[in-house]
Design a protein around this ligand. Structure first.
Ligand code: UFG
Length: 320
């Protein structure tokens, strides 16, 4: 297939673009490089350096079999401070994309949605049937886009799949997590191990969990990318399907820090800090639906293995 990957110079987008190319697809990346990196675009892939608002019509006019839409603002904290950036940058931009796809007859869409669409869960593991009550504008904007996709699929015959990611981690060779502002646990802990940060703060140790720290479902970015390939193959005209993607295994903040100590051999000093606003105690996915309907199964579920891949990437960046 000829595929457009928006946000393909970012973390998840670049790994997916690389896996798509390896699977024989023709890939074009559309990225304004506001948070992505030109050198993260896989070899043999054309980069159109522009925003969706400016270039989507012209690009889709070339004729594509599908779009994988990763381009988005994705910092929960920032979305609380500056919601307009998220409603404009995520919702309005995605509507532009949907309209351009309709105008140019682009038949398939795979969308990066998020566990943040669910908010504080009533039950874990979280299934796709769980109530969607996002607790921050980031999650609200992703949910709004999911709703828009549902109605475009029904009205205009789009074949669409939304994938709701839990905590994406790990790396794929030279493709990994490189954020200007880093807020995610594993890269922050690895910054300590690589000497770029003194200590890590643990946001609360009085949560109702076994060791008192928050539990999350860390999914390897390569498993996540493989789910995108399956989603593309299963996308059905006129339907919008939604799948949660996680390991189904929860690891606490303390377990993550311990795994990083084991992998890096660094003591990684940690301090307990106050809870972070908006953090639920436990977020673990039920990925049963993806397993059953897409035939997807996460293969890289070992936490130390996920951390090792992220660590290899961190060290390669230092050597770069
Ligand atoms: N944490 C720390 N110290 C840090 C950073 C994080 O203790 O320096 C803790 C957090 O409190 C949380 C856990 O580590 O308990 C994981 O935090 P991340 O920031 O890595 O990830 P989140 O679970 O907050 O966020 C992830 C995605 C978001 C998505 C959200 C869905 O990164 O994009 O899941 O709820 F919105």
């Amino acid at each position: 297939m000829k595929l457009l990957v928006t946000g393909g110079a970012g973390y998840v987008g670049s790994v997916c673009a690389a896996r798509l190319v390896e699977s024989g697809h023709e890939v074009v990346v559309l990225d304004d490089l506001s948070t992505g990196h030109a050198d993260a675009v896989p070899d043999g892939v054309r980069l159109v350096e522009a925003g969706i608002d400016d270039a989507i019509g012209e690009v889709l006019a070339e004729g594509f079999d599908g779009v994988l839409h990763f381009a988005a603002k994705s910092l929960v904290g920032e979305s609380m401070q500056d919601p307009a950036k998220y409603w404009q940058g995520n919702v309005v931009t995605s509507l532009r994309l949907l309209d351009a796809m309709r105008a140019h007859g682009t038949p398939r869409l795979v969308f990066s949605s998020t566990a943040a669409t669910y908010g504080e869960p009533e039950q874990v593991p979280i299934a796709e049937t769980a109530p969607t009550r996002p607790t921050n504008p980031y999650g609200a904007t992703k949910l709004a886009i999911d709703h828009a996709i549902t109605s475009y699929a029904a009205a205009h015959g789009l074949a669409a799949v939304s994938l709701r990611y839990f905590n994406v981690a790990g790396a794929y060779g030279r493709f990994g997590e490189r954020h200007g502002v880093e807020t995610h646990l594993i890269p922050i802990v690895l910054q300590v191990a690589s000497g770029r940060r003194e200590r890590v703060q643990v946001y609360g140790d009085d949560w109702p969990t076994d060791d008192g720290t928050c539990v999350r479902d860390y999914i390897h970015v390569v498993d996540l990318a493989d789910a995108h390939l399956r989603a593309l193959a299963h996308a059905t005209t006129g339907e919008h399907r939604v799948y949660n993607l996680g390991n189904g295994l929860g690891f606490s903040v303390k377990q993550v820090i311990d795994a990083c100590r084991e992998v890096t051999g660094h003591p990684i000093p940690a301090d307990v800090a106050p809870r972070r606003a908006g953090d639920p105690a436990v977020l673990v996915a039920s990925s049963e639906k993806a397993r059953t309907e897409l035939g997807w199964k996460p293969e890289r579920v070992d936490l130390a293995g996920i951390v090792r891949d992220a660590w290899d990437f961190t060290r390669s960046q230092q050597g770069a």
